[in-house]
Design a protein around this ligand. Structure first.
Ligand code: ADP
Length: 271
């Protein structure tokens, strides 16, 4: 059996996805990017291969994507994360009846992408200037609130009062705003709900720039946070499609493209 891989070398996390000949996911792996992008990417790939009982030669084609994709020289090809995300969301979205808008929140940026009914990118918008609407904001908040990142989602639903307004437009100022709110006796849950609504309203403004059409697919690491998902659905006034592996959609898209490019090359080889 031939296998194909996509590696998404993100600013915060490295994601690897392996698909089989029919494009089904064989496995995914996520690890922190750290400072050694190339070494950590290779280790992430090898870790997934070993978990799946595969050898490097079983991977017939590998495509790199993401912020650090150029550093991963072992790849057969590389593509932008916009294209990879669109391919991954289009494929994964089929099980939900098809998606047309993709919202991605990453570790240091956020994007909205509109695709047509064949999966082609029609329009996109990106915010990479301000960390306040990104996973970085959540990481900083979790640290300030002395919580694990994974706990933010459940705290969101524990708030017995309305979510607080978080006004800071920059993560650095938000950090001192959070500390100030704690010092004034506000509970963690209302602060966390406020943070989620602040990220959600920024994200909706970004998505409106590309146009929002059903169904709306939400991916990237922060889509694992159920509280943020609830806030975003509330601000959008629509249900979101959340895939089984939201953080690895872009790596999955690169793996699907790797499979398609390999098959296209094979079909050109004379029998
Ligand atoms: P990038 O591609 O930019 O590296 P990711 O899509 O991998 O970004 O998202 C990284 C972000 O995902 C982190 O900054 C973190 O806030 C968030 N994240 C990762 N794992 C979880 C989790 N289990 N629960 C909630 N948020 C998470």
């Amino acid at each position: 059996m031939n296998y194909f891989a996509g590696i998404d070398v993100g600013s915060t996390a490295i994601k690897v996805a392996v698909v089989n000949e029919t494009g089904d996911i064989a496995g995914v792996h996520v690890t922190a990017s750290g400072s050694l992008f190339h070494k950590n990417s290779l280790e992430a790939l090898n870790m997934l291969l070993s978990n799946l009982g595969l050898k490097r030669t079983d991977i017939r084609y590998l495509i790199a994507t993401g912020y650090g994709r150029k550093l991963f020289k072992e790849a057969d090809d590389s593509i932008s994360e916009i294209t990879a995300n669109a391919i991954g969301a289009f494929e994964a979205g089929k099980a939900f009846g098809g998606v047309r808008t993709i919202i991605n929140i990453g570790g240091q940026d956020s994007k909205a992408i509109q695709i047509d009914d064949t999966g082609n990118v029609v329009n996109f918008a990106m915010n990479d200037k301000c960390a306040a609407g990104t996973g970085r904001f959540l990481d900083v908040a979790a640290r300030n609130l002395d919580l694990d990142l994974e706990e933010l989602g459940e705290y969101h639903f524990k708030s017995e009062v309305a979510p607080l307004n978080i006004n800071s437009t920059c993560t650095v100022f938000a950090e001192s705003e959070i500390i100030g709110l704690l010092a004034n006796g506000h509970g963690k849950a209302e602060i966390i709900a406020g943070i989620h609504y602040s990220i959600a309203s920024r994200t909706v403004r970004l998505a409106k720039r590309v146009g929002i059409e059903d169904r709306v697919y939400f991916d990237g690491g922060p889509a694992l946070n159920k509280g943020l998902v609830a806030a975003l659905q509330d601000e959008l006034g629509r249900e979101l499609v959340i895939p089984e592996h939201p953080q690895t959609t872009t790596a999955f898209g690169a793996a699907i493209l790797a499979r398609n490019e390999f098959e296209a090359e094979q079909s050109l080889v004379p029998a």
